[in-house]
Design a protein around this ligand. Structure first.
Ligand code: PGA
Length: 255
């Protein structure tokens, strides 16, 4: 497979800067330098500076959990691309279900953010996923396809290659419930088809599609064995070096 596995830690609103550095040091010790698997950690904004310094010389990359699309100005509480670039951020998580739910982010806003991240030379990790009631009423593929298409509206084929998609069923996030490998694969394949329709199959084959939602060392091997699952966006299990390193090892030995 030409796609590299990618394991990204979404630390959410956890860890002070000192704790972030300690976690990074301990992950580095356990995973060493990685050639086969791409690895990134996404701490809070206030830990980016310290995290960036701690990551110097390592193959692990840095990501942020959000970004505003405007360059600068009167947007109290927001963070711009230039501010993230100060810390060599490679990735920005966008459209996470917690942002959609608690901060009312819509596909249109997320699309502006995706474009701004790309314009600034970083890679968006665009999150999509259905809620429990949507799955139960058979709307999973409709919801995921709308979020993917609207999130990527107006993106060129060349830029599409730089995008990472994370399929995160909302009912599986932080709940301990995981989609079965077959359930996840079905949606991942549908997303790849949407990408192929939009950008051509050659491009779609290059785009990493991560699974997220209670992914942990115990279930990672089976998920990563699926054809269209190219890694994981990890919440809870990314907050401990042992479990995060175990997930990187799973990806290293997959397929
Ligand atoms: P979880 O979170 O691994 O704790 O379920 C994943 C995510 O929200 O990105």
């Amino acid at each position: 497979m030409s796609r590299k596995y990618f394991i990204a830690g979404n630390w959410k609103m956890n860890k002070t800067a000192a704790e972030a550095v300690a976690l990074i040091e301990s992950i580095k010790e356990q995973i060493g330098s990685q050639e086969k698997v791409e690895v990134a950690v996404c701490p809070t904004f206030t830990s980016l500076d310290a995290a960036s310094k701690a990551l110097k010389g390592s193959t692990m990359k840095l990501g942020a959990q959000n970004m505003y699309f405007e360059k600068s100005g009167a947007f109290t509480g927001e963070i711009s691309a230039d501010m993230l670039k100060q810390f060599d951020c490679s990735y920005v998580i966008l459209g996470h279900s917690e942002r959609r739910e608690y901060f009312k982010e819509c596909n249109c806003l997320i699309n502006k953010k995706v474009k701004a991240v790309l314009e600034n030379g970083m890679k968006p990790i665009l999150c999509v996923g259905e809620k429990l009631e949507e799955r139960e009423s058979g709307k999973t593929l409709d919801v995921v396809s709308e979020q993917t298409i609207k999130g990527l509206e107006g993106i060129s084929g060349a830029d599409a290659e730089k995008i990472v998609i994370a399929y995160e069923p909302v009912w599986a996030i932080g709940t301990g419930k995981t989609a079965t490998p077959a359930m996840a694969q079905e949606v991942h394949a549908a997303i790849r088809k949407i990408l192929a329709d939009a950008f051509g199959s050659e491009t779609a084959e290059k785009i990493q599609i991560l699974y997220g939602g209670s992914m942990k060392p115990e279930n990672a091997d089976a998920l990563l064995a699926e054809k269209d699952i190219d890694g994981g966006l990890i919440g809870g299990a990314a907050l401990k070096a042992d479990s995060f390193a175990a997930l990187v090892k799973s990806a290293e030995s997959a397929k």
